[in-house]
Write a protein that binds this ligand. Structure first.
Ligand code: ADE
Length: 225
Protein backbone atom coordinates (compact mmCIF):
# COMPACT_ATOMS: atom_id res chain seq x y z
CA UNK A 1 0.00 0.00 0.00
CA UNK A 2 1.11 3.55 -0.69
CA UNK A 3 -0.11 6.52 1.34
CA UNK A 4 0.52 10.16 0.40
CA UNK A 5 -0.14 12.81 3.02
CA UNK A 6 -0.50 16.55 2.36
CA UNK A 7 0.29 18.76 5.33
CA UNK A 8 1.49 22.23 6.34
CA UNK A 9 3.34 20.66 9.28
CA UNK A 10 5.15 17.63 7.83
CA UNK A 11 7.53 17.62 10.82
CA UNK A 12 4.66 16.21 12.89
CA UNK A 13 4.51 13.21 10.58
CA UNK A 14 8.04 11.83 10.73
CA UNK A 15 8.45 10.05 14.06
CA UNK A 16 5.10 8.18 14.06
CA UNK A 17 6.21 6.11 11.07
CA UNK A 18 9.85 5.57 12.07
CA UNK A 19 9.37 3.05 14.87
CA UNK A 20 7.93 -0.29 15.80
CA UNK A 21 5.24 -1.78 13.56
CA UNK A 22 5.08 1.14 11.10
CA UNK A 23 8.83 0.91 10.58
CA UNK A 24 8.61 -2.83 10.07
CA UNK A 25 5.80 -2.40 7.52
CA UNK A 26 7.97 -0.02 5.51
CA UNK A 27 11.18 -2.05 5.91
CA UNK A 28 9.34 -5.08 4.54
CA UNK A 29 8.14 -3.01 1.57
CA UNK A 30 4.49 -3.53 2.51
CA UNK A 31 3.81 0.15 3.14
CA UNK A 32 5.24 3.38 1.76
CA UNK A 33 4.31 6.73 3.27
CA UNK A 34 5.20 10.01 1.53
CA UNK A 35 4.55 13.28 3.35
CA UNK A 36 4.25 16.37 1.14
CA UNK A 37 4.56 19.93 2.34
CA UNK A 38 1.59 21.90 1.02
CA UNK A 39 3.79 24.99 0.77
CA UNK A 40 5.42 23.40 -2.24
CA UNK A 41 2.21 24.40 -4.04
CA UNK A 42 1.88 27.84 -2.36
CA UNK A 43 0.24 30.65 -4.31
CA UNK A 44 3.14 33.07 -3.88
CA UNK A 45 6.78 33.41 -2.86
CA UNK A 46 5.76 33.92 0.77
CA UNK A 47 4.50 30.36 0.91
CA UNK A 48 0.86 31.37 1.28
CA UNK A 49 -1.59 28.45 1.40
CA UNK A 50 -4.40 29.99 3.47
CA UNK A 51 -6.53 33.12 3.46
CA UNK A 52 -9.25 34.94 5.40
CA UNK A 53 -12.68 33.37 5.33
CA UNK A 54 -15.56 34.96 3.42
CA UNK A 55 -18.24 36.24 5.75
CA UNK A 56 -15.67 37.23 8.35
CA UNK A 57 -14.73 35.50 11.57
CA UNK A 58 -11.56 34.37 13.23
CA UNK A 59 -9.37 31.74 11.64
CA UNK A 60 -7.87 31.20 8.22
CA UNK A 61 -9.08 28.76 5.57
CA UNK A 62 -6.79 26.61 3.45
CA UNK A 63 -7.08 27.80 -0.15
CA UNK A 64 -8.31 25.78 -3.12
CA UNK A 65 -5.43 26.42 -5.48
CA UNK A 66 -2.52 24.86 -3.54
CA UNK A 67 -4.65 21.84 -2.65
CA UNK A 68 -5.87 21.27 -6.21
CA UNK A 69 -2.34 21.58 -7.56
CA UNK A 70 -1.05 19.14 -4.94
CA UNK A 71 -3.85 16.64 -5.61
CA UNK A 72 -3.41 16.93 -9.38
CA UNK A 73 0.34 16.44 -9.27
CA UNK A 74 0.13 13.45 -6.91
CA UNK A 75 -2.74 11.92 -8.92
CA UNK A 76 -0.53 11.92 -12.02
CA UNK A 77 1.67 9.22 -10.42
CA UNK A 78 -1.09 6.98 -9.05
CA UNK A 79 -4.81 6.46 -9.04
CA UNK A 80 -6.05 7.05 -5.50
CA UNK A 81 -8.67 4.67 -4.16
CA UNK A 82 -9.70 7.32 -1.66
CA UNK A 83 -8.86 10.97 -1.09
CA UNK A 84 -9.38 11.30 2.64
CA UNK A 85 -9.82 14.54 4.55
CA UNK A 86 -9.31 14.14 8.30
CA UNK A 87 -11.70 16.46 10.07
CA UNK A 88 -13.72 16.47 13.32
CA UNK A 89 -16.96 16.62 11.30
CA UNK A 90 -16.15 13.47 9.32
CA UNK A 91 -17.45 9.94 9.98
CA UNK A 92 -16.01 8.58 13.19
CA UNK A 93 -13.29 6.06 12.41
CA UNK A 94 -13.79 2.51 13.65
CA UNK A 95 -12.17 -0.88 13.13
CA UNK A 96 -14.59 -1.83 10.37
CA UNK A 97 -13.46 1.21 8.38
CA UNK A 98 -9.75 0.56 9.00
CA UNK A 99 -10.22 -3.07 7.88
CA UNK A 100 -11.84 -1.85 4.65
CA UNK A 101 -9.17 0.78 4.04
CA UNK A 102 -6.37 -1.77 4.58
CA UNK A 103 -7.56 -3.52 1.39
CA UNK A 104 -6.88 -0.43 -0.77
CA UNK A 105 -3.74 0.21 -2.83
CA UNK A 106 -3.30 3.99 -2.82
CA UNK A 107 -4.61 6.53 -0.34
CA UNK A 108 -4.20 10.28 -0.19
CA UNK A 109 -4.76 11.99 3.16
CA UNK A 110 -5.25 15.74 3.47
CA UNK A 111 -4.53 17.30 6.86
CA UNK A 112 -6.50 20.44 7.63
CA UNK A 113 -5.29 23.34 9.72
CA UNK A 114 -6.70 26.59 11.04
CA UNK A 115 -10.46 26.60 10.19
CA UNK A 116 -10.02 23.76 7.71
CA UNK A 117 -10.01 23.55 3.92
CA UNK A 118 -12.25 25.39 1.44
CA UNK A 119 -15.59 23.57 1.17
CA UNK A 120 -15.29 23.25 -2.62
CA UNK A 121 -12.25 20.96 -2.29
CA UNK A 122 -14.30 18.74 -0.02
CA UNK A 123 -17.14 18.65 -2.52
CA UNK A 124 -15.11 18.07 -5.66
CA UNK A 125 -12.03 16.07 -4.67
CA UNK A 126 -12.42 14.46 -1.26
CA UNK A 127 -14.03 11.00 -1.34
CA UNK A 128 -14.01 10.21 2.38
CA UNK A 129 -14.09 12.45 5.46
CA UNK A 130 -12.91 10.86 8.68
CA UNK A 131 -12.79 11.96 12.32
CA UNK A 132 -10.81 10.08 14.94
CA UNK A 133 -13.17 11.10 17.74
CA UNK A 134 -15.46 13.76 19.12
CA UNK A 135 -12.82 16.28 20.14
CA UNK A 136 -10.89 18.87 18.20
CA UNK A 137 -7.16 18.59 17.55
CA UNK A 138 -4.98 21.52 16.54
CA UNK A 139 -4.62 20.06 13.07
CA UNK A 140 -5.16 16.91 11.05
CA UNK A 141 -1.62 15.54 11.36
CA UNK A 142 -2.10 13.52 14.54
CA UNK A 143 -5.37 12.17 13.14
CA UNK A 144 -3.56 11.18 9.93
CA UNK A 145 -0.86 9.43 11.99
CA UNK A 146 -3.55 7.50 13.89
CA UNK A 147 -5.25 6.53 10.65
CA UNK A 148 -2.04 5.33 8.96
CA UNK A 149 -1.04 3.33 12.05
CA UNK A 150 -4.47 1.70 12.36
CA UNK A 151 -4.45 0.74 8.67
CA UNK A 152 -0.76 -0.15 8.34
CA UNK A 153 -0.76 -2.77 11.07
CA UNK A 154 -3.55 -4.65 9.26
CA UNK A 155 -1.60 -5.13 6.02
CA UNK A 156 -0.91 -8.84 5.51
CA UNK A 157 2.59 -9.73 6.67
CA UNK A 158 3.11 -6.64 8.83
CA UNK A 159 2.44 -8.26 12.19
CA UNK A 160 4.72 -11.18 13.07
CA UNK A 161 1.93 -13.33 14.40
CA UNK A 162 -0.71 -13.26 11.68
CA UNK A 163 -3.44 -13.90 14.19
CA UNK A 164 -2.64 -11.03 16.49
CA UNK A 165 -4.61 -8.37 14.60
CA UNK A 166 -7.55 -10.74 14.58
CA UNK A 167 -7.55 -10.86 18.38
CA UNK A 168 -7.34 -7.07 18.79
CA UNK A 169 -10.12 -5.21 20.51
CA UNK A 170 -13.00 -4.36 18.13
CA UNK A 171 -12.38 -7.21 15.70
CA UNK A 172 -15.68 -9.15 15.89
CA UNK A 173 -17.10 -6.14 17.76
CA UNK A 174 -15.58 -7.37 21.02
CA UNK A 175 -13.06 -5.72 23.32
CA UNK A 176 -9.92 -7.77 23.93
CA UNK A 177 -9.81 -10.04 27.02
CA UNK A 178 -7.40 -9.32 29.91
CA UNK A 179 -3.78 -10.45 29.50
CA UNK A 180 -1.15 -11.46 32.07
CA UNK A 181 2.60 -12.11 32.16
CA UNK A 182 5.09 -13.03 34.91
CA UNK A 183 5.03 -13.08 37.90
CA UNK A 184 2.20 -15.50 38.74
CA UNK A 185 1.67 -13.65 42.06
CA UNK A 186 1.74 -9.85 41.91
CA UNK A 187 1.02 -8.17 45.25
CA UNK A 188 -1.30 -11.04 46.17
CA UNK A 189 -3.15 -11.03 42.83
CA UNK A 190 -2.90 -14.32 40.94
CA UNK A 191 -2.87 -15.12 37.25
CA UNK A 192 -6.09 -17.11 36.56
CA UNK A 193 -5.39 -20.87 36.78
CA UNK A 194 -6.95 -21.59 33.40
CA UNK A 195 -4.24 -19.59 31.61
CA UNK A 196 -1.58 -21.88 33.08
CA UNK A 197 -3.55 -25.09 32.50
CA UNK A 198 -2.15 -25.73 29.01
CA UNK A 199 -5.72 -26.58 27.89
CA UNK A 200 -6.06 -24.42 24.76
CA UNK A 201 -9.75 -25.08 24.23
CA UNK A 202 -10.49 -23.98 27.82
CA UNK A 203 -8.21 -20.96 27.45
CA UNK A 204 -10.02 -19.83 24.26
CA UNK A 205 -13.38 -20.30 25.98
CA UNK A 206 -12.20 -18.26 28.99
CA UNK A 207 -10.88 -15.49 26.72
CA UNK A 208 -14.12 -15.34 24.77
CA UNK A 209 -16.19 -15.12 27.97
CA UNK A 210 -13.96 -12.37 29.40
CA UNK A 211 -14.06 -10.45 26.11
CA UNK A 212 -17.84 -10.69 26.05
CA UNK A 213 -18.16 -9.65 29.71
CA UNK A 214 -15.79 -6.72 29.25
CA UNK A 215 -17.72 -5.56 26.18
CA UNK A 216 -21.07 -5.84 28.04
CA UNK A 217 -19.67 -3.83 30.96
CA UNK A 218 -17.79 -1.15 29.05
CA UNK A 219 -19.13 -0.92 25.51
CA UNK A 220 -22.62 -2.45 25.28
CA UNK A 221 -23.13 -0.35 22.13
CA UNK A 222 -20.71 -2.65 20.27
CA UNK A 223 -22.92 -5.68 20.96
CA UNK A 224 -26.02 -3.83 19.81
CA UNK A 225 -24.27 -3.05 16.49
N1 ADE B 1 -8.65 17.49 12.96
C1 ADE B 1 -8.91 18.14 14.10
N2 ADE B 1 -9.56 17.36 14.96
C2 ADE B 1 -9.75 16.17 14.34
C3 ADE B 1 -10.39 14.95 14.70
N3 ADE B 1 -10.97 14.79 15.89
N4 ADE B 1 -10.39 13.96 13.82
C4 ADE B 1 -9.81 14.12 12.61
N5 ADE B 1 -9.21 15.23 12.21
C5 ADE B 1 -9.17 16.26 13.07
Amino acid sequence: MHIDIISVLPELLTSPFEHSIMKRAQDKGLLTVAVHHLRKWAVNEYGQVDDYQYGGGAGMVMMCEPLVNAITELSASRKFDEIIYVTPDGKTLNQRMTNALSLKENLLIICGHYKGIDERIRQKYVTLELSIGDYVLSGGELAAAVLVDAIGRLLPGVLNDETSALTDSFQDNLLAPPVYTRPVDFEGMQVPDVLMSGNHAKIEEWRYEKALQRTKDRRPDLLAD
